[in-house]
Design a protein around this ligand. Structure first.
Ligand code: TPP
Length: 510
């Protein structure tokens, strides 16, 4: 029988499927459930050593002899510390060792309990990756385990990794009869696959041509793929993207125009580029059962956005599009993308629609978090091909500064910022310049606080907390404009005037 602990079972299931079959086992009680279970699994080859320092170096020998990843399983406390010398050696020899340490739950660390110390990251910089498994979230554990395996011996250069497993009592509970079916995330580096060995074909094999959707997230202007390659793909497959993708609209369908609740049949999603904002898209794809989700990125990392990723592809978008076009040769069945009835429920969308229509050619648009970027998605039927937004971490702090920096370099390009009041007043120091760029124009939606929070189900009987959560205020940008000598206008009727302004200007809509 195997350990009844689901995290131990998931760990061994993923390691087995990812090809970690050699184990050096060290004695201990906290790791007894792991060690016992490993010994019951037929596919595993086991070796033993009492001295963990020696176990680490034995694993190096086994890995060198077999050219396969090799794991070492130790108990908690100094047992793990004794792996450090082998970690150093493996790190600099690029040997794929998988160090597995049993741990006590975090609540018991530094409480004078035996053989305990802070174990997550204990091997420091001498491992390529270190993960601390959760005790109750199998999806999270599964993703970390897949990632750590890919990092150890699939993503080059190879090297040691550390899996720390905090374990609650009971440790000695053995009622499971077999390992679960664990999700495996495959990895392929499309930049180095060998055409002569048909490695591309093999990597693409799960693709069956049906019900495929390509979703493109945020791309900076300098990272958009070749239009010609994109056109070829767009002629065969549905591409869904947002205005932050900076792609020409004729090549994709705007995510915010789709009625996601009516989209049927989709079971293969390929994501390219950065963050995706559209919540309906994410919710829909999380609920659907996808057969495949491939995420393509330049570093081949896992981004399990829909909790169902099956392959991490390391490639530039151009490389991926080439390979995909060449090898995805099966008959293609384009999906029907049902369109949503567009209704402007928010006056700001009408203003943004007008802005989009009146934007001069080659203008750049800098969108702030959070309502601005969301509303712009609903308005952007004619997207601007230079759209920026600090979507990497979604902060409200640096939008104006980013726009000032951009406008200072792109002096011949009119730069329009769309921003809410908190983000504007937060970052007003951006306007503190000896000479502000005259091509900078700020459209400010000032509604006295974070309007994005109006949608939250907050209890109405506590006005004080609502004020704190929404950052309520009564400031106007008029005084900021005066302070910095910026041309100031107010009201949507001045939109045209604002767009044609030849000096740094603010249009405040209150
Ligand atoms: C640095 C930082 N602090 C806090 C937040 C949380 N936050 C997200 S949206 C938001 C409100 C922004 O309000 P406003 O600028 O008026 O724009 P709105 O979204 O209301 O249009 C806040 C405080 C954040 N994203 N970044």
């Amino acid at each position: 029988m195997l350990s009844s602990n689901n995290i131990i079972l998931e760990t061994l299931a993923v390691l087995r499927e990812q090809g970690v079959l050699n184990y050096v086992l060290c004695p201990g009680s906290r790791n007894a459930g792991i060690v016992h279970s490993i010994c019951q699994i037929e596919d595993f080859y086991t070796y033993t050593a009492t001295d963990e320092r020696s176990a680490g170096f034995m694993a190096i020998g086994i890995a060198l002899a077999t050219n396969l990843p090799t794991a070492v399983v130790v108990t908690s406390g100094s047992a793990l510390a004794n792996l450090y010398p082998a970690a150093c050696e493996a790190y600099y020899q690029h040997i794929p060792l998988v160090f597995i340490s049993a741990d006590r739950p975090a609540a018991w660390i530094n409480q004078m309990d035996g053989q305990t110390m802070p174990q997550p990251d204990a091997l420091g910089q001498m491992v390529k990756m270190s993960v601390n498994l959760p005790s109750d979230n199998l999806w999270h554990a599964n993703r970390l385990l897949n990632e750590v395996c890919i990092t150890a011996y699939k993503r080059m250069p190879q090297g040691p990794v550390h899996i720390n497993i905090p374990l609650e009592e009971p440790i000695y509970d053995f009622r499971a009869t077999s390992l679960p079916q664990a999700r495996i995330i495959r990895y392929a580096n499309f930049e180095v696959l060998d055409t002569s060995k048909q490695e591309y074909k093999y990597a693409i094999e799960p693709f069956h041509g049906r019900n495929t959707l390509i979703v493109i997230g945020q791309l900076s202007e300098h990272r958009t793929p070749s239009k010609q390659k994109l056109e070829r793909i767009a002629s065969k497959f549905n591409i869904v993207a947002e205005n932050l993708s900076n792609l020409p609209l004729n090549l994709y369908c705007n995510a915010s125009t789709i009625d996601w609740t009516k989209l049927e049949g989709i079971d293969h999603v390929i994501t390219l580029g950065g963050h995706i904002i559209n919540k309906e898209l994410k919710q829909y794809l999380r609920q659907r059962h996808l057969k495949e989700h491939w995420h393509v990125s330049e570093d081949g990392t896992i981004a399990d956005l829909f909790c169902q990723q099956t392959m991490a592809i390391q490639a530039s978008i151009d490389t991926f599009l080439d390979v995909f076009y060449t090898y995805a040769t099966t008959e293609i069945y384009p999906l029907e993308l049902p369109q949503k009835e567009q209704k402007a429920e928010d006056g700001r969308i009408d203003i943004l629609n007008n802005l989009y229509q009146l934007l001069p050619d080659h203008a750049a648009l800098v969108l702030a978090n959070s309502s601005s970027v969301r509303l712009a998605q609903l308005a952007s039927n004619q997207p601007c091909e230079s759209t920026l937004c600090n979507r990497g971490i979604n902060g409200i702090e640096g939008t104006l500064s980013t726009a000032v920096g951009y406008a200072m370099v792109m002096t011949s390009q009119p730069v329009f910022v769309v921003i809410g009041d908190l983000a504007f007043f937060y970052d007003q120091n951006a306007l503190w310049q000896k000479a502000l760029p005259s091509n900078l124009h700020i459209l400010l939606f000032n509604d006295g606080g974070g309007s994005i929070f109006n949608t939250l189900p907050l209890p109405s009987e506590t006005p004080l907390s609502i004020e704190a959560i929404t950052g309520k205020h009564t400031l106007s940008a008029k005084h900021v404009a005066n302070l910095h000598g910026i041309r100031y206008m107010q009201g949507k009727e001045n939109l045209k005037e604002f767009i044609n302004s030849q000096e740094t200007s603010i249009l405040e809509i209150i």
